[in-house]
Design a protein around this ligand. Sequence first.
Ligand code: FES
Ligand SMILES: [Fe+2]
Length: 400
Amino acid sequence: MNPHLRDVAIPNNWDRRGLPGWSYHSDAVLELEKEYVFRNHWQIAGHISDLPNAGDYLTMDVVGERALIVRGKDGVVRAFNNMCRHRGSRVVADSQGNCKNALVCPFHGWVYNLDGTLRGAARPRSFPDLDKTEFGLMPIELEIWMGFIFIRFRKGGPQPPVAELLKPIEAEIAHYGVAEMVPSWGIWSQTSPVNWKSVRDVDNEGYHVAMAHPALQDLYGATYFDEPFINGVSRSFATYNPHAGRRWSVAQYIKIAPKAKHLPDHLRKAWIYYGIFPNNALSIMPESVQFYQEFPLSTGETLLRGAIYRYPDETREQAAARYLAYRIDRDTMNEDVQLSVWSNESMLSEAFEGFYLSDLEYGVRTHHDHLRKQIPVLGLETAPEEKDMWALNEALRSRS
Ligand code: FES
Ligand SMILES: [Fe+2]
């Protein structure tokens, strides 16, 4: 069976330079990215199993926007701005929890029902004209796909509904029963001292696997390939070698991973990574699924966030394999963080002349193409003045 989902022809002559170095350190570009990339594209907030019961919630901050996802008494999962309608306080302060019957704002005590409607203000007689129906929490667009919760801060936006966006990978993922999975160890996050694009650039190509990820290379290097971004979705595919195992974690994984009888033959040893523009990835292996993503905190600081999910009725062998895969992934991530730091800091050097990308890094190029479509100033080799950036970009957008 052909392991490719889509046949991707790489052109003979393509511009191998990547985005200009200045764009990785520009505050004006970051403002454009907030506007045209982060506020209006789909983001993975978590999985429905992160909120199994009424009153369970999780929160997520993205470029100054604050999301609150909460399950109602009717079982429905909804998303709101985590912003009290009185004076804007966070309605819940922590990243995950349960709020029992209602959401009570910690500032002055306004109370919201789990469906976001305002139950009442504290000291209601001090608001003689308050119309409660006008002061519910502000909803955020939400779509659940294979159990994953996607949100979009600004309604509409350049991407279609998630189900349509991810149609090309739907049949493949459908084999895994991802919607039934449950959290392994919860949602994690950490910061990294680089521009978010440097994180994504490293993740968008497998050219570096052979050199930089000895465990992955040992596990599946010979079979690995990338399908670059097409209409916002990329895919990387590899099958592990049952005879590999120079590294301890790899040798143990291969020894312990049970035959994945719940999957069709061609997926039983597969490790698959899907990129979802602009900054999300799903990765699937026979024992688990995970999402990970990155958000800019400033031009030089990025929040990495993700979670791993497992089968609710997993066997001991599946659990052990999942743990070993996590160990391999953890090493891989630390290696990638270091690579992204070196790449990102080079762009502050006078000597930096741009990338020179291999055909095996075409995924980086296609991700950059998606970005340039939203933010056309990224196509300019020379940095515009920061104060002119916004207007120049508007002018280029209206031309395209
Ligand atoms: S800001 Fe929430 S009650 Fe005042
Ligand atoms: Fe990597």
